[in-house]
Design a protein around this ligand. Structure first.
Ligand SMILES: Cc1ncc(COP(=O)(O)O)c(C=O)c1O
Length: 482
């Protein structure tokens, strides 16, 4: 092809591609429509349902395929409104009191928007020193909150499951568990450990390891004496005790294992001590709960989810490792094409501390709200949730409900046991009444083979009236029948 023809082609494609570079007027047009939608969403959030029980597929997605030509902005937003922002759980609602909520504070959306527009590369220090410094400043702050001394390292991963995965792969390298050691090595945990822990073991190739589920006390906490006994027995059988996984707030019932006592045992037997504080970790911010997490600083690795306890939108979980060397050993790699980055390395790069290279600049979604609002309101919101849970726990008992263990943090389980008839059926019926109403959403679990309802109060938008709605629905649902 002649050079002239090549130039014509370039010019044609450049013009066609300009659709991807809207000018300011067009950008403002997009922005005003998006912002009209999000403003209305936030204005209505307190009256929007927390759960819409409608899973029918009316073919809307099939009828809205991708096309070569652009689609009108109003149509795009309307489609999202009708087909995404409607059915199922509404995690932005304060009525979301199921699973483990968080809410999604607005400041984080601004951080995400800024990060996406700037598109600063936060994987490597050389690429954007400022972005990496922001992420490291957050890691520093969270490490200090946990009580780690200098020398720790960490990473902002995409969530708790990824954070646990990074911790577990690090533990494996640190303790040098090679393929021939797997079947003879042991991991200690309880049935309250989050399922992403065993999932992570599978992903890192440790699924053939010996899992030791240690019995729990009446508050679903690991019994240290039985842990020690099990380790002794395993050692006597020639096995290799490798790792202890404790919960700092289990998903199911909010149980906190005796972290300090477990640390003594981990130290004595030279285990890698990992603490899952995805849900409970940020309760270190509150005087009411800090003391319950005593010993968390003794973990070799710990995770905390800002998209839970710091109310950020989904997409960020933090892993910390007490000795950064282990995190580096497990994740740092060299490549010829990365050689230019080395001379400028003043701080650790996220790429050296995690499996990711190119990644979202997650730090900004946390840094912006921490700066805009300060730390005090985060602390206050968490404390409010602690007392709301307490309030509900007392009130539901006044209605005659049986309750699970006294809440350590903000999860409480409850059920009604009728004088006659099937308790599980009755409680399922009560849950479906709450789901069909939709103003609030709660979830259920199975404890001791029985069906229990549970609340998890963690959205920053959850206030007392939401708990009162649950209590009202329960009372009405009972209808004096039982
Ligand atoms: C205790 C605990 N660990 C881990 C996870 C998994 O976190 P993620 O959903 O962010 O992957 C959760 C999620 O609820 C959790 O509660």
């Amino acid at each position: 092809m002649k050079l002239e023809e090549i130039e014509q082609l370039i010019s044609r494609y450049e013009k066609e591609g300009l659709e991807l570079e809207p000018d300011r007027e067009k950008r403002n047009g997009y922005m005003s429509k998006v912002s009209n939608y999000t403003e209305q969403f936030l204005d209505d959030i307190h009256s929007k349902k927390a759960f819409v029980n409608d899973f029918a597929n009316d073919g809307a997605f099939d009828n809205f395929p991708f096309e070569e030509a652009p689609t009108n902005t109003d149509k795009v937003i309307d489609f999202l409104k009708q087909n995404v922002d409607r059915a199922g759980i509404n995690p932005a609602s304060g009525g979301h009191i199921g699973y483990i909520p968080g809410g999604g504070i607005y400041g984080a959306a601004l951080g995400d928007y800024l990060a996406a527009v700037m598109n600063r590369y936060a994987g490597v220090f050389y690429a954007t020193p400022g972005a990496v410094r922001i992420e490291n400043q957050i890691i520093e702050w969270v490490g200090e909150l946990v009580g780690y001394e200098k020398g720790f390292g960490g990473n902002l991963a995409s969530g708790g499951s990824m954070a646990n995965l990074i911790a577990i792969s690090t533990a494996r390298i640190a303790k040098n568990i090679t393929s021939k050691d797997i079947e003879n090595s042991t991991i200690y945990l309880t049935k309250q450990a989050h399922h992403c822990v065993t999932k992570a073991l599978k992903i890192v190739g440790l699924h053939e390891i010996q899992l030791r589920y240690i019995p729990m006390d009446s508050k679903y906490r690991m019994i240290p004496e039985l842990l020690a006994e099990q380790i002794e027995q395993d050692k006597a059988e020639g096995l290799n005790p490798f790792m202890l996984v404790a919960s700092a707030g289990s998903t199911d019932v909010g149980a906190i294992d005796p972290l300090d006592k477990l640390a003594d045992i981990a130290e004595k037997y030279d285990l890698w001590y990992h603490i899952d504080g995805a849900y409970g970790g940020f309760f270190l911010l509150c005087d009411e709960t800090k003391v319950k997490l005593k010993g968390i600083n003794r973990a070799d690795s710990v995770i905390l989810d800002p998209h839970k306890g710091m109310f950020l939108p989904y997409g960020v979980g933090i892993v910390l490792v007490k000795d950064v060397k282990h995190l580096l050993d497990a994740n740092s790699y060299d490549a010829n094409y990365m050689q230019d980055t080395k001379d400028y390395q003043q701080e650790y790069s996220p790429a050296d501390l995690s499996p990711e290279l190119s990644r979202h600049f997650r730090g900004l979604r946390m840094w912006v709200p921490m700066k805009l609002h300060g730390i005090a309101p985060f602390r206050a919101c968490l404390s409010e949730k602690i007392w709301l849970t307490r309030y509900f726990y007392e009130k539901v008992q006044e209605l005659g409900f049986e309750v699970g263990p006294e809440p350590e943090l903000t999860v409480a389980a409850f059920r009604y046991v009728p004088k006659s008839g099937d308790a599980n059926e009755l409680n399922k019926k009560l849950l479906s009444i709450i789901h069909n109403d939709g103003r609030v959403f709660i979830s259920s679990t199975t404890l001791g083979g029985e069906f229990w309802m549970r609340i998890a109060v963690l959205s920053f938008r959850t206030h007392k009236y939401h708990l009162d709605i649950i209590l009202e629905l329960l009372e009405d649902g009972m209808g004096g029948e039982y």
